[in-house]
Design a protein. Sequence first.
Length: 53
Amino acid sequence: MDKYECQVCGYIYDPAEGDPDNGVKPGTAFADLPADWECPLCGASKDDFEKAE
């Protein structure tokens, strides 16, 4: 699964790790995150993420 990077703060969403502090289980693909999910570091929306190289 692809990793995605927040274009605001540089946070990398790694599907293998998920975002357990915000209720996202490991193994959750970026596309499967809830529409209202936000960057856990800066609060940016999903729209502010791009696929990491």
